[in-house]
Each structure stands twice: as structure tokens, then as C-alpha cells.
Design a protein around this ligand. Sequence first.
Ligand SMILES: Cc1cc2nc3c(=O)[nH]c(=O)nc-3n(C[C@H](O)[C@H](O)[C@H](O)COP(=O)(O)OP(=O)(O)OC[C@H]3O[C@@H](n4cnc5c(N)ncnc54)[C@H](O)[C@@H]3O)c2cc1C
Length: 402
Amino acid sequence: MGAGIGGSALALSLAKLGVDYVLLEQAPAFAEVGAGIQLSPNGVRVLETLGLGDALAGFCTEPDFHKYSVWDTGETILRTPLMPRVRQAYGHAYYHAHRADLIAALTGGLDESRLQLNTKVAAVGQDGARAWADCEPGERITGDVLVGADGIHSLVREQVFSPDPPRASGYVTWRGVVERQKIADLGVPVSAHVDMGPRLSFVYYWVSGGTRLNWLALGQADGQKRESWSQTASSSEVIAAFDGWYDRPRRVIEATDETFVTALHDRNPLREWVAGRIGLLGDAAHAMLPYHAQGAVQSLEDAWVLARILAGSGGDVAADLARYQALRMDRAHLIVQQSRNAEGWYHLADPEAIARRNERFRRTNEKLDGGFSPQQHWLYSYDADAAALGTDDDWRALRPWS
Ligand SMILES: Cc1cc2nc3c(=O)[nH]c(=O)nc-3n(C[C@H](O)[C@H](O)[C@H](O)COP(=O)(O)OP(=O)(O)OC[C@H]3O[C@@H](n4cnc5c(N)ncnc54)[C@H](O)[C@@H]3O)c2cc1C
């Protein structure tokens, strides 16, 4: 249940592997969400397996490097390779996409007869033989397994696993999308950019085949902000936060027609994601802060692993779900934790701490010498198919963050 990136990918994966499903989505239609998304090769691998390779190549951009730069001069102090090196090393691209394009590609491949829009699930349950979803205004859908891919505010998580609310990080992201012609004179390269300053960071990259620049400004805001994708903000509030920065961030924000603000939340790790015939997937299982750009990518990994296991089921679906959890939970929870840890260095305020961070980045840049970081390798090398078949556990032996 839930036709976001995770639920749609699960439905497509099940269809590809010949497993019947019904996808329940509360929204009456797939609406455009005006934001970009980074797709690392561990997720692109799943999308290409689902037959979306040509579609992705059509609307994505291929960034050349991850670049971390200094707020007042724009000097790049750490640069790690992306395209084409990522494809050479891991067999799949690193892409930047507009979410609307990605959702359209995923849902465009769904069998309409298995998709129920405008169907809000109000309660879920199970007995020894079936799992069910009770939908408003009174329809019960039953099946062998029920998967809650219903996002950070998951009803399934709340009813079956834990009533704890999402955890507010105390930070927000302002964000926007700018047409290329409005900022063409800035000559922004096709890279994954992070400009790090005191208290806030500015993340930006090209989407929609390079016709629009997507940006996020991560920092602290005055007043209460909601965990919502549609709350607007005044761009002057954001521009003021960039006082003293080099030109590019301010120019990009000034050129933006509509600015949004989202309060950043994640979830404390659960002890269990599965109970009998009911399981969680994506943000419902492991909502994380966006600093490693892995939330949606992890939902893609979940989707393929779970579909593979269900496709090979011997009939004991509770055992199948337990296997899914055993294969997926430690990886996703480590990223939840590391995304929290990364928060600190995105928002440093003390000038000495900033100088120390920048020195560390410069040293890392020298040490990597144009190669991938151990963290990148750990993330990118994951092969969801091999993991589901139990033939690739190499990534578990790696300890990139220790
Ligand atoms: C600022 C920001 C930047 C990010 N950048 C990246 C990035 O670059 N790369 C990346 O991989 N991830 C990124 N993420 C994370 C990513 O957006 C999420 O992890 C991902 O969208 C979660 O997908 P999902 O399918 O699990 O949940 P959702 O997208 O939330 O989908 C849940 C679906 O369930 C439906 N639903 C909910 N309740 C019900 C119900 N009761 N009945 C029926 N349907 C229901 C909803 O309508 C929705 O369609 C970012 C997140 C943020 C906040």
C-alpha cells in the first residue's frame, strides 16, 4: 500500500517476477512533486532491471563529480568522481532526476487493473490465513501479504509496529527549481554540488535533462515548519540567510519563482519491520535525513529484494518477510544513523570547527586522489538481486564509517 517511489517499485518488481499484487494509493492521481532526486547506481541498478533504463537516460542528467565547496570563495575542497567513472566501476549510472519524471516512469509501467487510486487505507490486520487493508469508505482488500510502503507517516507502522511519531531534526530545507535560461550566465557545471557555510549548506544539481536546476538550502528556520512538500516560503527569508556568501547561491535563489520549505524528520530505528504477514518498506520502515541522498534509493533496494523473495516463496510468507528483514534492516539502519551523523558537519557554526572540517575535507581529497570514498563504495556496490539470492554479502564485511 502506497504508490510512492517504494510502493511503485515494489509493484513493478512483483509484476516483472510474476507475482500478483494490488497497489492501494490514497491520492486520486499522481501529482507532480516539484523537486529533484539523486539516484546512485545501487538504485539505478534496480530501475534498469525494471526496464526503465531508456526512460532514465532520456530525462536524467549525469553529474561528473560530487563537489564540496567553501561558502565564501566557492573553492572546491573535496571532489569525488561520478559519471562516467561510476558506470565503469559499478555497471550503472549515477543520475539526477526530477521526481515527477521518475514517478511517471515508475507508474507508467504499472498495470492499471492492479492499481487502486483514491483508496485510503484506514486500518490493517491479519490472521493465520490472510492479511487485509480496510479502505475508506468500507472496502476490505485481502491478500497473502500486506506491505506498508506508506511513507514517513505510515499508518501500518503506527498500527502494527510502533506509535512513535517521526523525529524532528530541528533543521529545515528550503528548496526550489530554476529554469536554465534564468541562470545561464552562471555556467553551473553538471555536478552534484554542496556549498558548505556557517550554519547552512546549499545543495544543487541539474534535472530534467539539464533544463532546470534543483536546489536545497539546509539550515535552521525561525518559527514552526511542517514536514510537508507543499509549504511555501519567502525567498527573501532564504536569501537573507546567505548574506556574505559567494554569488552563486544567492543568484540561484533570486531567480527562483517559488520557494518551498520542509522540516526535516527521520525515524528512530524499529526493532522489527515485519510481523507475520505484514511488513514495511521505504520511509515507512526507515525514514532517514537526506544527507546521503539514499531514502528513495533504499526503498528501491527494499522493493527488489522483497519481490525476489516473494517470487521464490515456498508458501511460508512469514518466513519470507523475516528473511527480507534480515537482509535489509542492518544496511538501512546504518544509513539512517550515518545520515544523522552527517547532519552535524552540514550545519557547523563555529569558525574554528568549520576550518577543521575544511582541512579534513582537503586531506580526504588528497588521500582519495580522484577515487571513490569507502562510503561511496559501500553504497554503490550493493547488488539487490545478488543480495536477495544470498550470493553477495561482501558489502557487509566493509566498515566504511568505522
Ligand atoms: C529534502 C529531501 C531530499 C531528498 N533527496 C533524496 C535523494 O536525493 N535521493 C534519495 O534516494 N532520497 C531522497 N530523499 C528521500 C526520499 O524522498 C524518500 O525516502 C522517498 O520518497 C520515500 O519513498 P516512499 O515510497 O517510501 O514514501 P512516500 O514517497 O512518502 O510514498 C508513500 C505513499 O503512500 C501513500 N499513502 C500514505 N498513507 C496512505 C494510506 N493510509 N492509504 C493509501 N495510501 C497511503 C502516500 O499518498 C504516498 O503516495 C529526500 C528526502 C527529502 C526530505
